[in-house]
Design a protein around this ligand. Sequence first.
Ligand SMILES: Nc1nc2c(ncn2[C@@H]2O[C@H](COP(=O)(O)OP(=O)(O)OP(=O)(O)O)[C@@H](O)[C@H]2O)c(=O)[nH]1
Length: 457
Amino acid sequence: MTVDQKVPVTILTGFLGSGKTTLLNRILSEKHGKRIAVIENEYGEVGIDQGLVINADEEVFEMSNGCICCTVRGDLIRVLGNLMKRRDKFDYVLVETTGLADPGPVAQTFFMDDEIRDEFSLDGIVTLVDAAHIQQQLGRSRESSEQVAFADVLILNKTDLVSHDSLDVLESRLRDMNRMARIVRSEEADVPVDTVLNLSAFDLDQVLAHRPTFLEPEYPFEWTGVFDLEEGTYHLSLEEGPDPTMSIVVLPNQATDERSFREGAEQCVRLYAQPAIDLEPGQTIPVCQHVNLQLQAEGQKIFRLEINRTCQLGLFTQHTADEFDIKVKKFLPAFNDSSDPIPYLSTTSERVWVAEHEHDDEVGSIAIECSGNVDPEKLNQWMGKLLVEKGVDIFRTKGFISYEGDSRRIVFQGVHMLFTAQPDREWGDEPRHNQLVFIGRKLDEESMREGFEHCLI
Ligand SMILES: Nc1nc2c(ncn2[C@@H]2O[C@H](COP(=O)(O)OP(=O)(O)OP(=O)(O)O)[C@@H](O)[C@H]2O)c(=O)[nH]1
């Protein structure tokens, strides 16, 4: 396959509320003759963005729970794989990343995976910058700096909210952070489509020159242990550890040379992107499945492994073996009463996968979904007070609201302390309901839910 036949992909990134969806809608409504498939990688528990994107030949890329940077590659491979089955329906792909994501692992997907590399080519990374909030965001979020640093095009958006002089200062700060990117100023992300699509701007060699670790993958698991096992039943035991659950994928034929370890790891990246099966102690762990071990009970927890023929069993676990004192031994019913304990087995080989990034555990999202009508006056008062008190830590608010007496859906949008509530389309036959997502640091879920419920009539 030649390069030309590959589907070009543009990654739209930028911190929460910077204008990614606004730009996306602009691109989708312009006549450029391209059939664009959209992939939304959303942060938060309910799909708000899907409802904000105008009619498109769109595919929704749902994020799995867990760390975005660890799971995004597996998720993206899954969605791109599905898109390829409808290859005749589109000729361009736009990936809108979550505002909290480092675009690195998203970009990496287009180089790491052979099948994806054969079918898609990364055209460019476009980063939206919120002129009113970027200074504050750069100081507080590593992801925000990464988004600027990775850009091929930087769109300095929301120019209406700051003075001309401030824009010049801002532009020179962005220039210091990324000397290669083209910088374009905009209001309401109003930029010509050819500033963002079909740029052939992404240059892997250049990226590698600046970041030699760009192609070093991050994995959703931290440890692999390989055990030589003959036919029989085995017990996998875990002691108390740092989490009440732990994800695991078991592969039946895991060789232990470097290449095989990498291949096994890539297979697991895909399996980890599948929804996990919850397993209670005493149950059997299936092979080649994403399993979530339930470890809430006190003391040692034992799960079964059934081996049909001699193999090298590879355990790919979310945490390292040390953290849960993970052990494997053969189960021999005849020895149950014997005072001779059955010995634990040693691994033939093991491997720790180090995640290079730090997880900001304080950042999270709260999704409120309920029926009933909202009193606009009460909502305004509550929201105004909440954002004045907590606006620095509430990065983003968005959703749909049902106002008493209004036949239209109200779209709610907030970025830090600025918020708007605008009427959108008619509710029509759709059941009226409220859906609101808050993304931020140290959010107090209970008091926010209570606060919102007080706004209902
Ligand atoms: N004042 C002003 N507001 C803008 C501009 N561009 C976008 N907005 C508003 O900013 C809010 C956020 O815009 P979105 O396009 O949803 O931002 P986003 O980056 O997709 O947000 P997330 O997906 O939550 O990260 C919306 O209310 C937009 O209408 C602009 O140039 N000026």
